[in-house]
Design a protein around this ligand. Structure first.
Ligand code: GCW
Length: 701
């Protein structure tokens, strides 16, 4: 019997078992995300109902406080099931509006940043949810529901929490016509056509989801931006969204095309030092602020991948960013992307952003923040941290992560990304502490779309969730994030969590192993980035080719970024570079990122490099098989629809992990002519078979 059939039978048995168990609803489509507010277990619901009473709002009912109250009522109604809350009430309000015992309990909020909240039990048994501003009240309400929803009892819930970063953003790469660049969850959720006259109610659910994880800024359009989004008709549409999201603490931002003054303003140039251009941006900003008084600002991709920018006029990135920052003044910020690499420059691509920006350190206006991808190339399954972090102490930087899985199997592969971001946030830059301490905020490239489940897969919702939680508190562990997400999204049953949390935590490493083990990168298919294509070596620009990154030949594999090669290593602090300089001492997860090595190089396992690579590919494939097997046992805890959706995706992932492994192994073998290590399975097909595959329908392009 084939593996596929066995898996299907196992799943069928599991579904039948689930249908016979009480308490598991049979079909959920994932629309409710982690805000399902599923009923608590019977005795917990009874206890909770006895411990909680009506919501008593002590502050003026601003739209934000009203939203907090509505959410609490909705969440409690769901989680208490048929029980009525008959205990002491829930006091909800801003710290400064509280009196007596409640005011004393809220004192720890003093001096904390906007958005901070405190949850406490008052002497009379009431629960206090206090914020130091309206948004803090809202975040506190969501936090209280999150704790309950994760399975904690009322008496265990309490404490103070404040966001670590003021900027907690989601960047949409949505094109106004509907397609989403690198989007794998359907079309854009923004209905520009019907705006401003009609607001899709989904926009409110969207705002609830963002607020529940602390997101406070949303860029609504692709960084490969169209100028016309800055035209008055679009400003009116954006204003409607801003009005709808304001109660949820969300400010709207626009990706701005640098050449907009030429394209829609008739300035004839976009030179940032030209007075007409400066006046145009100033007038544009004024026009936007007249419609959206709390407009967040502009996100700009300039002089990168064909986008216009200040260098078209011989000016620097600082000239361009500062010009736009001056137009915004103290009303907003310019998020200037550091993802630049030049069409002409033959320098190692991994070094170009650092070379471009670090000399400009300290030259950016106060309201400019450089948005830097987590690694120096491009959202690969694993990269070392970007060397710009810590290298520009006089300029603000924020970290950009990619929630949408452009290079990690699209929405189909199960890969929980908190460990990827944590790896970067917690690494010591050698220049003023870990990355988390060198940044002013975090942004995540969205994975939302028109799919009912928002994210294209149920488990990809976890990545959206994780980005927000880490932007609130980068010290949270991946384990804690996975646990609270899974409890709210699927089931609070400890037996379920004991299985699903470790599965999530290991999932990203599995992708690294079957796609690009040991520091390999960018081996994906041209353009769409779907599937393996390590053999591609004939594209116009060197750094578009997978072979540019692998440098594989008959002798060896890997990119020499030490002093004998590109010396990208020199962009890191000496303490970091010294950890990575020696191929015998480097963390082998980065081995081939920094070193070109012979196929017989002895790795730490004792195996030579070639068998070690094959071992890692196999380990990745085995990990996916294990995930699928594990999931097949979890049907009793999950509704039928989401169980089956996930099972089918895991089956695809099993197939595609093998494809990645086999195609890669076949290609490396065609170069090194080495036999497979003992016991390793030969690729299922010839190299030519893999090379002939075409994917005209791959999404996200
Ligand atoms: O990862 C690459 C993507 C492009 C994207 C670019 C960027 C929006 O392949 O689709 O463009 O990065 O981050 O600007």
């Amino acid at each position: 019997m084939g593996r596929g059939l066995v898996n299907r039978l196992l799943r069928l048995c599991a579904v039948i078992a689930a249908l016979t168990l009480p308490g598991v609803t049979n079909a959920e489509d994932g629309y409710d995300l982690w805000l399902r507010y599923a009923p608590l277990a019977e005795d917990r619901a009874a206890d909770t109902a006895a411990a909680l009473g009506p919501v008593l709002v002590v502050s003026a009912p601003t739209p934000t406080i009203a939203a907090a109250r509505r959410e609490l009522e909705r969440g409690l109604a769901g989680m208490l099931g048929g029980h009525r809350a008959t205990g002491p009430g829930i006091v909800l309000g801003r710290a400064r509006d509280l009196e007596g015992d409640a005011a004393r309990e809220a004192a720890p909020l003093d001096g904390l940043p906007p958005g901070a909240y405190r949850i406490a039990r008052l002497a009379d048994g009431r629960v206090l949810i206090a914020g130091n501003d309206d948004n803090g009240v809202l975040y506190g309400a969501f936090a209280f529901l999150r704790h309950l929803g994760s399975g904690e009892g009322v008496s265990a819930i309490g404490g103070t929490s404040a966001p670590v970063y003021p900027l907690r953003m989601i960047d949409h790469w949505d094109n106004p016509g509907g397609p989403v660049e690198r989007g794998y969850a359907g079309r854009s959720i923004f209905d520009w056509w019907h705006l401003p006259d009609h607001l899709d109610p989904r926009m409110i659910d969207y705002a609830r989801a963002e607020a529940s994880i602390g997101i406070n800024g949303v860029v609504v359009n692709n960084v490969n931006a169209k100028a016309y989004l800055l035209e008055p008709r679009y400003i009116a549409k954006l204003a409607r969204l801003a009005d709808a999201w304001r109660p949820y603490g969300i400010r709207v931002y626009l990706s701005a095309r640098f050449s907009a003054p030429m394209e829609i303003g008739g300035t004839g140039t976009a030179d940032p030092l030209d007075p007409r251009v400066r006046a145009w941006w100033k007038a544009k900003a004024d026009q936007i602020y007249a419609a959206i008084p709390d407009f967040g600002g502009f996100l700009v991709k300039a002089n990168s991948e064909g986008q216009p920018g200040p260098q078209d006029y011989g000016r620097t990135h600082a000239d361009g960013a500062n010009m736009m920052a001056a137009a915004l003044g103290n009303r907003g910020v310019v998020l200037w992307r550091a993802f630049v690499y030049s069409a002409e420059d033959s320098t190692d691509r991994a070094m170009q952003a650092y070379n471009e920006f670090v000399p400009l350190g300290g030259k950016f206006a106060d309201n400019v923040i450089l948005q830097v991808k987590n690694g120096p190339i491009d959202f690969q399954p694993r990269e070392p941290f970007h060397p710009m972090f810590g290298a520009m102490p006089h300029t603000k930087l924020m970290l950009e992560g990619q929630i949408t899985k452009e290079y990690l199997g699209f929405a189909t592969h199960l890969a929980f990304l908190a460990p990827l971001w944590k790896e970067v946030l917690s690494v010591d830059t050698g220049r003023g502490g870990p990355v988390a301490q060198t940044i002013a905020g975090m942004a995540g490239v969205a994975n939302t779309g028109s799919d009912r489940n928002w994210s294209g897969s149920h488990f990809d919702q976890a990545n959206w969730y994780a980005l927000g939680r880490l932007a609130w508190d980068p010290s949270m562990s991946s384990e804690q994030i996975a646990r609270e997400w899974a409890a709210q999204t699927f089931s609070r049953d400890p037996a379920f969590l004991a299985e699903v949390v470790p599965m999530m935590l290991g999932s990203r490493q599995a992708v690294v192993d079957y796609m690009t083990p040991m520091g390999l990168a960018h081996q994906m298919g041209t353009g769409h980035h779907y599937g393996p294509a390590p053999w591609v070596c004939d594209l116009a620009r060197p750094e578009w080719n997978p072979c540019y990154y692998s440098r594989a030949d008959v002798q060896g594999i890997g990119f020499d970024r030490t002093a004998t090669g590109s010396n990208a290593l020199a962009q890191y602090a000496p303490s970091v570079a010294s950890r990575w300089r020696d191929p015998k001492a480097i963390d082998e997860d980065y081995l081939l990122w920094f070193h070109h090595l012979p196929w017989d190089f002895r790795t730490r396992s004792g195996r030579a490099l070639w068998p070690e690579l094959v071992h890692r590919y196999d380990r990745g494939v085995a990990a996916v098989d294990a995930m699928a097997a594990k999931w097949s046992t979890l049907a009793p805890y999950v509704d039928g629809q989401r169980f089956e959706d996930t099972a089918e995706f895991l089956a695809i992932q099993q197939r595609e992990a093998r494809w990645w492994r086999d195609a890669s192994v076949a290609y490396w073998q065609s170069l090194n002519h080495l036999p497979l290590p003992l016991g390793a399975a030969p690729p299922a097909h010839s190299l030519e078979w893999y090379q002939a595959l075409r994917f005209p329908d791959a999404p996200g392009g």
